[in-house]
Write a protein that binds this ligand. Structure first.
Ligand code: GLU
Length: 481
């Protein structure tokens, strides 16, 4: 195995979400890739909240992003940068660009610009600012007229971006118009703010969704005008739905808290799944955080969009549930169990849940299932049977349950060995396969057709509870009398 890419401790990456919504699954993957790249290199990972859109940015979204990052274990270095607070610095850079002659004031009114665009539309030309104030003197504008500051973008030549994922991408400079840097109220645009903040924060690797690829060429214009060093870029393909279409809510374009709270996934499963979505290390599916840090490189990020696959995510989650500590799982499902039952568990019931965990966790793909599968331990008698379990009992010969009840009731010891022997004896007596005895017994004891192993069930329930549950079924179902 190769030693992997050389480490570069001077790497600084960042995650720069706009808090206009929660930390959605695509954003979580971008954050993870930035975090891994920084940690792999022994560099820094920073968090910047891009809250310049004062109308759409909310405190709730900021909290959800921070909470989601913590839940996923994506810790950042230093303090969080809030972009809005840096508006004076953004304006300062715009001023510097004006002074150097790399930006200019544009006094075109909104009506004028709309007329310009209408004409371009009519002529089937691309709609872009035509540079009408590029070479005019501000003194030509009416006194006190509002203006925006625009970048005096290069019009000749072309720009080639050496993207670490996309490879070389070239755009003709003439295709980009003179974009706005400062609005007429003096507030910075996204393009300006991102460039200034990345520069000031020392960010030298920008890893983000490839929906930002076009913006990069505009941002490079500002960087050149300021004579700053450009960061390296890695534009990662977006996540698509299983059908190849853009990821929609139905496909899982939800906040990570939905994955945690509604679907019951573990953070290490989400991380592992997101890592594999667009990045690979041979055929490895299960990759620990430590291995990911060791192995992660941008060269192995694929160029085509990845497809979100809930089934795969469930399988990975099932793996991590099996690996997880019993006490942790017990704590995680307790609220779900209590909600389901409609009452809280006593401390002895909680202890039973913990005791049952090794037998429950091999069968669950998410925490909801895990909680669901544990309910039989606490449900009130007589158990409400699931349809399949009821069918199972209906199809069981009348005397079988009675023989089971008697044999089990006569057992001097209630341990795995005695129980196993008892069931064998009953199977032999009734001339049935072991499964044909275990299935109705499972249905009677748990009300379900899926549960931990039948001996584990009986031990967890204990002698008394197991026997009365059998009695319930014997007395409830006339076919068994
Ligand atoms: N705030 C931008 C977004 O949420 C990201 C900016 C960037 O990564 O450069 O899409």
């Amino acid at each position: 195995m190769s030693a992997g890419p050389a480490k570069n401790p001077s790497v600084v990456t960042r995650f720069a979400p706009s808090p206009t919504g929660f930390l959605h699954i695509g954003g979580a993957r971008t954050a993870l890739f930035n975090w891994l790249f920084a940690r792999h290199n022994g560099g820094q990972f920073q968090l910047r909240i891009e809250d310049t859109d004062r109308v759409r940015s909310t405190k709730e979204a900021i909290d959800a992003i921070i909470d989601g990052m913590r839940w996923l274990g994506l810790d950042w270095d230093g303090d969080i940068t809030y972009q809005f607070e840096r508006a004076p610095r953004h304006a300062e850079v715009a001023e510097a660009l004006l002074k150097a002659g790399n930006a200019y004031k544009c006094f075109a009114t909104p009506e004028e610009l709309e007329a310009m665009r209408a004409e371009q539309r009519a002529k089937k030309q691309p709609q872009r600012y035509d540079g009408r104030w590029r070479d005019r003197d501000p003194s030509e504008a009416p006194a006190g007229a509002p203006y925006v500051v625009r970048l005096k973008a290069e019009q000749e030549g072309e720009t080639t971006l050496h993207d670490l994922v996309q490879g070389d991408v070239t755009v003709k400079n003439a295709e980009l118009d003179d974009m706005i840097l400062l609005r007429s109220d003096g507030t910075p645009t996204y393009m300006l703010a991102v460039v200034v903040d990345d520069h000031d924060m020392g960010v030298n690797h920008v890893i983000r969704g490839d929906d930002h690829l076009n913006n990069t060429f505009r941002q490079l214009g500002i960087i050149r005008a300021m004579n700053w060093e450009a960061p390296q870029y890695a534009h990662i393909p977006l996540i698509h739905g299983p059908d190849g279409a853009k990821l929609s809510k139905r496909h899982g374009a939800l906040g990570v808290e939905a994955y945690r709270d509604d679907f019951g996934y573990l953070p290490e499963a989400i991380s592992n799944y997101l890592l594999r979505l667009g990045w690979g290390h041979g055929d490895d599916e299960i990759i620990s955080r430590e291995q990911a840090v060791e192995w992660f490189d941008l060269g192995a990020v694929g160029r085509s969009p990845s497809r979100f696959d809930f089934k795969k995510l469930e399988n990975i989650n099932g793996h991590y549930i099996r690996e997880a500590d019993d006490q942790r799982l017990t704590d995680l499902i307790l609220p779900r169990v209590e909600k389901n039952l409609g009452h809280s568990l006593s401390s002895s019931e909680q202890a039973l849940l913990l005791q049952a965990m090794p037998f429950l966790k091999p069968r669950a793909k998410n925490l909801n299932e895990l909680a669901e599968n544990s309910l039989f331990l606490f449900e009130n008698r007589p158990l409400k049977l699931e349809d399949k379990a009821a069918k199972q009992l209906e199809n069981t010969s009348g005397s079988l349950l009675a023989i089971l009840r008697k044999t089990l009731g006569d057992l001097p010891e209630w341990d795995a060995e005695s129980l196993e022997k008892a069931l064998h004896d009953v199977a032999e007596q009734a001339d049935l396969k072991m499964g044909k005895v275990a299935q109705p017994l499972r249905a009677a004891l748990t009300g379900r057709t899926i549960s931990p192993g039948i001996f584990d069930v009986m031990i967890l329930l204990g002698r008394e509870e197991s026997l009365v549950r059998l009695d319930d079924q014997l007395s409830l179902s006339p076919t068994h009398n």
